[in-house]
Design a binder for this molecule. Structure first.
Ligand code: AP5
Length: 211
């Protein structure tokens, strides 16, 4: 199956994408993760992306589309796109590529959560600086406190999870990503999934939505 996962920053897309990879063995393409990897490696692309990410703005389409295209060309089985597309230009470009590859999007899953809960998820998120594992200080803490219980690396707060940047990211979502709801609804691909409750509960709903 070929799907898009979208929804506000902090709604839990990454958390659910990892579960899909484990359950279904699908390829996950997460543009946010790819950009953070490029930043960590100090590449020219990473440096350019950082200036946008730290302000809570979208990275230019030319940069993100290049990254996504490269990953898409390698896919052989099912896949889920996490955080891509994020505006109409990207969505149209994606549809063109996938049509050429004969792998059209079959469902666009929109995760929904009240803003108050989104802010709680973002402000409590901690990321391993070594392996990228994601924790939450309340809903999913590391068993080793400030260290990652998978690799022992230091847990950090994502620079774009600072309150001012979060405000901007939520506004950018409303302005630029929200129009995708109508885009996928018109194609009959939109499926709304409540992101309330525990990660397990959300995953159960997601699996039902895919059936
Ligand atoms: P990206 O990394 O994609 O960020 P995002 O879309 O803002 O989403 P997040 O990663 O913040 O949240 P999430 O929904 O994945 O939630 P998570 O599972 O981590 O992008 C970052 C930046 O890169 C963008 O702002 C932009 O600048 C750039 N970028 C990326 N893609 C781009 C594109 N296509 N075009 C242009 N620019 C692009 O969960 C959040 C927290 O909640 C975690 O702590 C988690 O443990 C916890 N949690 C998850 N689920 C639950 C639950 N059910 N109950 C309780 N806690 C939960």
């Amino acid at each position: 199956m070929h799907i898009v996962l979208f929804g506000s920053p902090g709604v839990g897309k990454g958390t659910q994408a990892k579960r899909l990879r484990e359950r279904k063995n699908w390829t996950i393409i997460a543009t946010g993760d790819l950009l953070r990897e490029a930043i960590a490696q100090g590449t020219a692309l990473g440096l350019e992306a950082k200036s946008y990410i730290d302000k809570g703005e979208l990275v230019p389409d030319s940069v993100v589309n290049g990254l996504a295209r490269e990953q898409l060309s390698k896919i052989t089985g099912g896949f889920a796109l996490d955080g891509y597309p994020r505006n109409l230009t990207q969505a149209v470009q994606l549809d063109e590529w996938l049509s050429d590859l004969n792998k059209p999007i079959q469902k666009a899953i929109l995760f929904e959560l009240p803003e108050e809960e989104l802010v709680k998820r973002l402000s409590g998120r901690r990321l391993c600086s070594e392996c990228g594992a994601v924790f939450h200080i309340e809903s999913g803490p590391s068993q080793k406190g400030d260290l990652c219980d998978k690799c022992g690396g230091n847990l950090i707060t994502r620079s774009d999870d600072e309150p001012e940047t979060v405000k901007r990211r939520l506004a950018v979502y409303s302005e630029q990503t929200q129009p995708l709801v109508e885009y996928y609804e018109r194609q009959g691909l939109l499926v709304r999934v409540s992101a309330e409750g525990s990660p397990d509960e959300v995953f159960e709903r997601l699996i039902q939505a895919l059936e």
